[in-house]
Design a protein around this ligand. Sequence first.
Ligand SMILES: [Zn+2]
Length: 378
Amino acid sequence: MQVNLKIINNLKATKLALVILFILCTIFTAPAYADTELDNDYYSNSKTATDTSILSQDKLPDTIISDDTSNGLNIPNYTIKTFDSSVGADVTKNNEISKFIPRTPLSNQIFKLQKKGSTILKFGNGKGKKLLILAGIHGNEVESNIATMKYLEFLKNRKFEGTIYVIPFTIPKSTSLNSRNCKFKYQYIEIIKIKQRYRKSYKVRSRIWKREKYKSQGRWKYGWKGYWTYKIRYKNTYRIITKNIFKNGYKFGDPNRYANIIGTPGWKVVEFAKKNGIRYIIDVHSGGGIEKYNNGVVFATPGWSEESKWARHIKLKTGSFVTSGKKHPGMVNVYGNKLGINTLTLEVERDQGSSLQWANIQYKMIKAACNYLFPSLR
Ligand SMILES: [Zn+2]
């Protein structure tokens, strides 16, 4: 009987050793797999994306690289810089972008820069409240880009107390293809699948192993219900089985459902806002089936008093409809809220009527939203 037990225990130990070997293989082969993914042609020109990303800096540099002098003072009122170099493309390949955005020194400069990545512009005197406007996280919602570009033309000659950051094309790659979804790089935590199967029993063992130990050949052994091992091996096994591992991957999907995942375009925008102490975000969209809302729709989160006040101000100025809308943890407005940022989503109709007309309505909404934070911008 004693011998039989021993054999069983040995068998169990062998089984466990195989499981551990399997897990170790999974861990050590995973990064290699991710590295080969980086050589994918689609991303071959964006390998340095994370290195050159503006996220690696806490603040925009003070150097002004704009040569726009249309304010007549020969003093540019803004700074402009590449924000996310992994999403660059020629946005003028999108017919409506090309057709409806007037060519000005500023728009030409922005179009040119999109090829290197998304662009961020910074306006204002750097004091007071801070706002970030992003448009086109969905690349097939050109009204949002047209409206935002129009607002930039308004803003470029203004002096005001406060700071406004604008990303007029969040994913130029998507806009150039007029596509809602896009392929993007992201980092995720993978929990080893075996964990679910074994976690419960290991937790039980972990809790009571101190009570069930015995001395064997001068060493203490720990375990539970017939499974015995040395303390260090027991602890290591437990640690490996519950380990989370980081992986790099690519995903083709809706970027406004992945803003809570590290490395995605939406995540970079919200994290930038957080890092720079920005307390307000406007996420500009257009969508189908909302043509009955002649003055657009503002999505605000119920229970957020500042957001509701902000939305009411826009309604007062433009007659927009205010609602709460659907929530998904990967949406920019939901993730923004999670990081403590007031985040409004502005929508107008996308599929019916004239894009330019809807863009003009959205322009008024953006203007009203900015007027709430910066009263001198009227
Ligand atoms: Zn959208």
